[in-house]
Design a protein around this ligand. Structure first.
Ligand code: PEP
Ligand code: MN
Length: 337
């Protein structure tokens, strides 16, 4: 349920309602917009059944929120959210590029990649230190050693760094080294992990599950938000369909749907969505055209020797060319790069 206040509602009217909500054991989330303030109620709203909130001073109307996700809901927070990652803002008027290797393989591999993507204009360095691989025999990541290299890469380049976490131990290690946590597609409904990421204090990139609906994805984000962490960015990375020509099928419509339903920023990952280097550019362009707030693109010094996801990774020259090609489209969409 949300309580929409009249324009220029008095602070004491808002405070009175907040107090009433909290006295019933519910949470009140206040979103003060340019014109109106909205009070979102989270919890068992039947506890407010005997209250006629409509007649409270400065209340305009009561709107019920039928969706099960509340904090992620645009009705609760009509203004788009901005998420700060180091010195980079995701969700403002810019198009944020996260790039780097699928897996951190060595210090040299990561540092050369960090310098190359920075030179090409990327904003955030990605790199996997904990790799949730389909096969238990495939390279599983350098773990804490990889996180140390991520930190060193940030110190050398000034780029904020993001790393996927797959367990509580990984979160506890990662908070010491990185600026943003990533919850991967395979863990989107690992509710324990979502809660722990919510408690970490770091911004979280939440990838869409392989077979998750948008509703399930937004409910997963709600787990992080409900821990008091408002800094969640969504990432569409393709979903499983009957099509086998690409690794996954990029659900490009997820971007406008999310923009309609939620205030959270959304980025697109054309690398994992397609699994094919040649399709990264067209889908990156489509993501910008539908209003994504950023892109995640895998890069590697020598993709043919990559320990994971080589076929979808761009080398530095290809990445630099892509950034130049995307630039006019970014400007056309009224965004900065
Ligand atoms: C990744 O970003 O390296 C990754 C494993 O992605 P996803 O969870 O989308 O498969
Ligand atoms: Mn990968």
């Amino acid at each position: 349920m949300i309580i929409v206040m009249k324009p220029k509602a008095k602070a004491e009217s808002i405070e009175k309602i907040k107090h009433l909500i909290e006295s019933k054991g519910l949470d009140a989330h206040i979103s003060a917009g340019k014109e109106v303030t909205i009070i979102g109620v989270v919890g068992d709203k039947s506890k407010l059944q005997d209250q006629n909130l409509e007649i409270f001073e400065d209340v305009d109307k009561i709107v019920s929120v039928t969706e099960s996700y509340k904090l992620a809901n645009k009705k609760f927070h009509p203004e788009p959210s901005r998420v700060q990652v180091g010195n980079v803002t995701i969700g403002g008027g810019s198009l944020v590029i996260m790039s780097g290797p699928c897996a951190v393989e060595s210090k040299e591999q990561l540092l050369t990649t960090a310098h190359a993507i920075k030179k090409a204009g990327a904003h955030i360095l990605r790199g996997g230190a904990y790799k949730p691989r389909t096969s238990p025999y495939a390279f599983q990541g350098l773990e804490e050693e990889g996180l140390q290299y991520m930190k060193e890469a940030r110190e050398e380049t000034g780029l904020p760094v993001i790393c996927e976490v797959t367990s509580l131990e990984a979160i506890e290690a990662a908070v010491k080294y990185v600026d943003m946590l990533q919850i991967g597609a395979r863990n989107m409904q690992n509710f324990y992990l979502l809660k722990e990421a919510g408690k970490s204090g770091l911004p979280v990139l939440l990838k869409r599950g392989l077979s998750a609906t948008i509703d399930e994805w937004l409910n997963a984000s709600e787990y992080i938000l409900a821990e008091g962490n408002p800094n969640v960015v969504l990432c569409e990375r393709g979903i499983r369909t009957f099509e086998t020509a690409t690794r996954n099928t990029l659900d490009i419509s997820a971007v406008p749907v999310i923009k309609e339903k939620s205030h959270l920023p959304i980025i697109v990952d054309p690398s994992h969505a397609t699994g094919v280097r040649a399709y990264v550019k067209p889908l990156a362009m489509s993501a910008i055209a539908v209003g994504a707030d950023g892109l995640m693109i895998e890069t590697h010094p020598n993709p043919s020797t990559a320990l994971s996801d080589g076929p979808q990774s761009l080398n530095f020259e290809q990445f630099d060319k892509l950034m130049k090609e995307l630039s006019p489209l970014v400007a056309l969409m009224g965004k900065t790069f």
